[in-house]
Design a protein around this ligand. Structure first.
Ligand SMILES: Cc1ncc(COP(=O)(O)O)c(C=O)c1O
Length: 457
């Protein structure tokens, strides 16, 4: 084994296919239900929101789906992304573990999100869409879609969660620089936004509310606008598998194979993107890599949420899916600075978690930022607060290996950089962050609002 630090693929190594876990998953996909009738959705219903090609990907069971040349050409602006051996972090921790990270922060928007934004913009353009609507929390997804829409000459309307809109003006300006229109959600532009503001004019907003607004704006546009989602759905997870496909080749270059693959989870897309190609190794090649999803204790959908059918949004307009949920009315506490605030989780990931193929852990925010700072000081990249959850777990794995005196190969996904997240870092560095655990009672209470679904799944 050499003392190499960066493992770099050439443009020719850029994957030609996305990997669809639904071809190999040992758990059957659960049905997606219409929010009104609670019967399985039809392609006609979905086609109000999405172009047909993405609907077909959503339900596909084909193992490999070809990446269109136009998408690969744009991927070449930043892909293949580097795989790094975090040698300086290993040294700082004094661990015998080998820590690798896939650096998705090198994309022009600063995160993994363009992997699907570019694909979604491409399929929308090809399907005749002129304008898209979407929501964004911290602004990473909105920036990625704004970038992709500018490449494909599509208009974009972004509903940005109010608390982030106020805390992160530079993300908004980035989106506007790419030509998007950005609104602080809840807005007075939609029926649902107006109803939330009537009840609470100071509402900080939530991802669930912003999704409702973006869905309403598309659904009531008379076909002028379609809607785009940055996580949770199968086609989004599919597009993110370029991360894991590249990482497999790069781990091979490093002459190692990970014992554990780690990613943070909001809706589940960057974790699935790095983990599913390794899960294929477990399912088909007898590998035994542990796959660890990391979430905040303030929004612990996998570890504390209930596995049930729930609406994808607060206004109950988006389809109902089976997932680990904190309830569609979930509003994260204002004190939470680390992102990953969605009330649910990708259905395929939840089903695999239930069946024991994936592990999950929740981490508190002070420990998360402590890990972020340790990583920044060793490796020179200030991570996105979201990615810092994965770093916390990677450091914990490395420290456990040290305590046990064993070698362990740890791979995590650095899903983004935190250069626009300085208000969160400032709060941490000035001692203003508090740990917060979402109460189990609140989850129990929220379950009264779940849809009464009769379908067996
Ligand atoms: C940098 C970064 N990492 C991770 C996430 C979590 O999303 P997902 O679970 O879909 O990867 C987000 C969400 O906005 C993000 O911006």
């Amino acid at each position: 084994m050499s003392d190499q630090t960066r493992f770099i693929l050439t443009e020719a190594d850029l994957p030609k296919y996305w990997y669809n876990i639904n071809a190999d998953s040992p758990v059957a996909p659960t049905p997606v239900l219409h929010p009104g009738t609670m019967e399985p959705v039809t392609p006609e219903f979905l086609s109000v929101l999405f172009p047909m090609e993405l609907i077909l990907q959503e339900i596909s069971t084909e193992r490999y789906i070809q990446i269109p040349d136009e998408v690969r050409e744009i991927y070449k602006l930043y892909r293949p992304t580097p795989l790094m051996r975090a040698r300086r972090l290993e040294k700082a921790l004094g661990t015998p573990a080998h820590i690798y990270y896939k650096n998705e922060s090198v994309s022009p928007a600063g995160s993994h999100k363009p992997n699907t934004a570019i694909a979604q913009a491409f399929y929308n353009k090809a399907g005749g869409t002129k304008a898209l609507t979407t929501e964004t929390g911290a602004g990473q997804w909105g920036s990625a879609l704004a970038l992709a829409c500018s490449f494909f000459d599509l208009a974009l309307e972004v509903y940005m969660v109010r608390v982030s809109y106020d805390q992160k003006p530079y993300r908004r300006i980035l989106m506007e620089s790419f030509g998007a229109q950005v609104h602080a959600s809840p807005t007075d532009r939609t029926n649902f936004g107006r109803s939330v503001l009537a009840e609470d004019p100071e509402s900080p907003g939530s991802l669930g509310i912003a999704i409702s607004e973006a869905v309403e704006a598309a659904a009531t546009s008379g076909g002028a606008k379609k809607y785009s989602l940055g996580s949770v759905l199968n086609h989004v997870l599919l597009h993110q598998t370029v991360i894991g496909e590249e990482a497999l080749k790069q781990m091979d270059m490093a002459g190692e194979y990970p014992d554990v693959v780690i990613g943070c989870v909001g809706g589940g897309s960057n974790f699935s993107g790095i983990a599913y190609p390794f899960l294929r190794g477990n399912l088909k090649d007898g590998r035994r890599t542990r796959l660890l999803a990391v979430e905040p204790t303030a929004a612990p959908s996998l570890t504390k949420g209930v596995y049930a059918f729930d609406y994808g949004d607060t206004a109950r307009m988006a389809p109902i899916v089976k997932m680990h949920t904190l309830g569609h009315d979930f509003v994260p506490p204002r004190i939470h600075a680390g992102g990953l605030r969605y009330h649910g989780m990708a259905p395929s990931l939840c089903a695999l978690y239930e069946a024991g193929h994936i592990e999950a852990v929740a981490v508190n925010q002070k420990a998360t930022f402590e890990a972020a700072i340790a990583f920044a000081r060793a490796e020179g990249i200030v991570p996105a607060p979201e990615s810092a959850h994965a770093i916390r777990a990677a450091i914990d794995e490395a420290l456990e290996a040290k305590a046990r005196g064993e070698k362990r190969v740890v791979l995590f996904n650095l899903s983004g950089h935190g250069n626009f997240d300085m208000s969160a870092y400032e709060a941490y560095l000035n001692g203003r962050l508090e740990d917060y655990e979402y109460p189990a009672d609140a989850v129990k209470e929220a379950m009264a609002g779940l849809p009464q679904v009769s379908i067996a799944a």
